[in-house]
Design a protein around this ligand. Sequence first.
Ligand code: C2O
Ligand code: CU
Ligand code: CU
Length: 492
Amino acid sequence: MSRRNFLKNLSLSTGGLLLSPAMRAAQARNPLQIPDRYDGTMVDSRVTYSLRPQEGLTEFIPGLKTPTLGINRSYLGPTLVLKRGDDVELNVQNALPEKTTLHWHGLHVPAKADGGPAQIIPPGGSWSPRFRIDQAAGTFWYHSHLLHKTGEQVYHGLAGMIILEDESTDRHSLPRDYGVDDIPLIVQDRRFNSDGSFDYIRSHRDVMTGLFGDRILVNGTLDAVFRPKTTRVRFRLLNAANARTFTFAFDDGRTFSQVATDGGLIEKPIACKSLILAPSERAEIVVEFNAKEPCTLINLPLPAGSQFATRGMMARMHSGNDERFDLLRIEPAATLQHSPEIPTVLAKIPRLNPSDAVTTRKLTLSMAMGMGLGRAGSGGGNFFINGQAMDMEVVNYRVRKDTVEIWEITNDSMMMHPFHIHHSQFQILDRNGKPPKADEKGLKDTVKIGPGETVRFIMRFETYADPNTAYMYHCHILEHEDNGMMGQFTVE
Ligand code: C2O
Ligand code: CU
Ligand code: CU
């Protein structure tokens, strides 16, 4: 965060007393909250979950109550644990005074069960999608997808993590004791007003760049500290910010192992020192700790010359993703329980073959520059795909069931857009004509597309057909999605 905002915020959260950043570092920290694990209950051979979107008050800043939204609690929701092969029913009871939807991001489900903008749940209403879980283990999430209001509802808290388990989960030696050595990290940035309320869109700039906050919440915890009890910990990183991209690293430069991308385990662990996740991207990492040796999970500025950096006039408008700040303080216990080595082989991912593709669809992302930007909620079309803003009445593509397609996405704007598609996980074929690097070889449902870049991915559209209900594809900067950068397709 810029030093000015940082200090301004400090003075807000400490009752007007201005502290230096060094003094702030010595401030009391809050134990990292771990969302409840929710395994569901068996009802008539279906694993059933009850989810209640509701309003609440949450005390992020001591003494101040923030009006928030949550699912079964005041902010965020429980971690849903789903098992491959299970038939599930998700009963959503909308206790909000407004409409909402709940979308299962990254899950392969029928269009009617997807929780997109067409599956509206009115205030007091309910919605009970059913489907069978049939995909590889991984980290997913669920969140509101209300047309023009996704950004606002997610910002206030309508989101949660999903952990999917399969037959491999018990077999390999990755840490998997939820809340002990298998830790969800739902990372978000937020802006607070002096009364403690969240400050959502204030200016055109907040829509144009997407909303950037100057305080970090991890699982809804401000200034969070986590205390490992084992020598290895798996972190499930979820960038649940509306717009900010995080470059995860440790303050001491330590190496860690990436073991999963959006759609599940990769073939073998990747040793890395930093990892970039745009909004809605996930990664699972395993980190080693020594007793009594603290460190901090931090955000680094995007690397110099990064293809994802904002360009031109937009770069001057907003500092964007170029700040260094703390995300999570880590203080290992005095003695740690020994964890097994992580496996050297994790999964086998069969590659889809480009020669099997029946078509290549070309999509170009663009945004209108300058004045006249829409407000969130106005439905103003300032963000486009192939020159068109999202229209609920228009189905942009009709895909034949059981076919393989290539989608070629070009970014014709000055900033990066994380492109997300519903229905399935895809495989990246190339980025600007070059094969993907190791960290983009796994299953993905969201891909960063930098200014001027073209990315091609390949995907199979199987299992479900419904000519009357569409799936979405969109930019996952929620203010862009809400203002037009979204489209629809059916599988039939
Ligand atoms: Cu994370 Cu269309 O969704
Ligand atoms: Cu999605
Ligand atoms: Cu975008």
